[in-house]
Ligand binder design. Structure first.
Ligand code: C5P
Length: 402
């Protein structure tokens, strides 16, 4: 029997949320909740001033443990080293000019800065302050120092600031901050030494020199999977039908037809540890394509179609020991049954199914909502999430199959 597991892409991750004293602290409440919803153990460390904006009771209700705001009033004898050592990520949100300066200077005068100095985990700093302060050369020099040490800065946006002011300096939106946290935590080198092959986008099967049979796949989910694999330290090849923005370091090969995609995939699949067929490959193509343009005056053409090679089926039949093979199923009905049938018939390790009739899922959407089935009998339904978050859930689940 299968069980439904909620989507927890930050499961088992210990995140220290450092909150300093600015009005943007209220947005950190949303960040705290979202990280917790994604499965993270969130420990909140605040400055004294931060507690004037959002009180201890709020943090106690939302975080996973006692709030840390003082060396002298903490259940742990040495709270900053415990937090620093346990952390998979320290996220400072919001970061005031003082906290940024103290961190850059190594001035350990409160529990938050002490934790930042005591950790070897990745650190993300999300500055929020008035425009004049953000643009001050002293502040910018401190930001440059932190960046040079490998700290990730989520830059402030433009908008309303405290009081009646507006300009650059407003804390980045919680969405962007959570995405940065996911990216940094995922880049844990969990796929170091592994080769990952991903396909993306819809194929185009020519009818004549101008027209083709295509589909509405944007390739966004496949691109997000390739980015996630790269962030986890894998060597990544992406065979895609359409160009999109892509990180350097991913080996991109652009193709057009199912046949071209098959040729490129079969060249690379044998050497890959994970193959993810996210491409929407045409099932049928015209038997012959006109090399010129079909003229309208010649009347409506009739077209004979023939099946394209089922690339995934062939990959499943020739799968090496230890290789993981993932298929996608875009369905408009009987999602679970169709997906589970394909998992078995194509000898897959995982199938990712989505209901294309949902506007928040599937083609050209920036979000997706999927049902994942694995050969190990795990069933997982994700909430609506960005395609990158879905990619993270897919890899978390895949890594358990190695
Ligand atoms: O059987 P169905 O086409 O619905 O399965 C979808 C999965 O099969 C996707 O992972 C897709 O990339 C793959 N596929 C394929 N070759 C085809 C058609 C689909 O590899 N000709």
């Amino acid at each position: 029997m299968t069980q439904t597991i909620p989507s927890k892409s930050l499961e088992n991750k210990f995140i220290v949320l450092g909150v300093s004293g600015g009005i943007a602290a209220y947005k950190a409440v949303e960040v705290c909740r979202r990280l917790g919803d994604l499965g993270a153990h969130v420990a909140v460390a605040t400055t004294q001033a931060a507690l004037r904006f959002v009180g201890a009771a709020t943090w106690r209700a939302l975080s996973a443990e006692h709030i840390h705001h003082s060396f002298w009033d903490d259940p742990h004898p040495i709270p900053h080293t415990r937090l620093g050592q346990k952390a998979d990520l320290v996220l400072v949100c919001p970061a005031t000019a003082r906290v940024i300066a103290a961190y850059a200077a190594g001035l350990s005068d409160d529990i938050l800065i002490a934790t930042l100095l005591a950790t070897q985990a990745p650190v993300i700093v999300c500055p929020a302050m008035h425009t004049e302060m953000w643009e001050h050369p002293a502040l910018q020099a401190n930001i440059a120092t932190l960046q040079a040490r490998g700290v990730k800065i989520v830059p402030p946006g433009v908008g309303q600031l405290a009081g009646q002011d507006s300009g650059v300096g407003r804390l980045a939106e919680p969405d962007e901050i959570v995405r940065a946290a996911l990216e940094v935590v995922a880049s844990s080198n969990s796929l170091k030494g592994k080769k990952v092959l991903v396909t993306a986008g819809g194929t185009r099967e020519p009818i004549d020199a101008v027209r083709f049979i295509g589909n509405r796949s944007s390739g966004k989910q496949g691109y997000a999977l390739a980015e996630e694999a790269l962030a986890r330290g894998a060597e990544v090849a992406l065979v895609a039908t359409n160009p999109r923005e892509l990180s350097q370091g991913i080996n991109l090969c652009l193709v057009e037809t199912a046949q071209e995609l098959e040729a490129e995939v079969s060249k690379r699949a044998g050497a890959s540890d994970i193959v993810i067929m996210a491409a929407a490959v045409a099932d049928y193509k015209p038997v012959s394509a006109l090399p010129t343009k079909h003229k309208k005056e010649n009347g409506a053409p009739t077209m004979a179609l023939e099946p394209t090679p089922d690339i995934l089926l062939a990959l499943g039949a020739s799968k090496k020991d230890g290789q993981l093979l993932v298929g996608f199923a875009a369905e408009s009905g009987d999602l679970a049954q169709n997906a589970q049938r394909k998992l078995v018939s194509k000898n897959l390790d995982m199938i990712v199914a989505n209901d294309i009739l949902q506007p928040t899922a599937g083609f050209d959407s920036d979000t997706n909502e999927v049902l994942i089935f694995t050969k190990a009998g795990e069933q997982q339904k994700t909430p609506i999430a960005s395609k990158r978050e879905i990619a993270s859930v897919i890899f978390n689940s895949l890594e358990k199959l190695f």
